[in-house]
Design a protein around this ligand. Structure first.
Ligand code: FES
Length: 103
């Protein structure tokens, strides 16, 4: 059976369930939520940039270094379309469209 992990988005106070093996962004989009901005879904545009504040994720593909530096990645800053949860995760949205979402 596929494990589910609870993802909590601090900015909006929303939580959603993400499957094992599914990116954070797809898990959110699958249930029609919009708390993390969705762009290319391919690790290239940077709009889905988030900071993992608790919990762990594993990387599922390349992230554009133009959007996430190695230093940032070491601090838990990632692209939500390129990471999958390995447990419950709490995150903050950092992407470019953040303003539109927090107003
Ligand atoms: S949606 Fe474009 S980098 Fe994630």
């Amino acid at each position: 059976m596929c494990a589910m992990h609870t993802i909590f988005v601090r900015d909006t106070g929303e939580a959603f369930q993400c499957h094992d093996g599914e990116s954070l962004l797809l898990g959110m989009a699958r249930i029609g939520r919009k708390c993390i901005p969705v762009g290319c879904l391919n690790g290239g545009c940077g709009v889905c940039k988030v900071a993992i504040r608790s919990g762990t994720v594993c990387k599922s593909g390349a992230m554009s270094r133009a959007h996430v530096s190695e230093q940032e990645e070491a601090q838990g800053i990632v692209l939500a379309c390129r990471v999958q949860p390995t447990g419950a995760v709490e995150l903050e949205v950092l992407g470019k469209m953040k303003k539109a979402f927090s107003m």
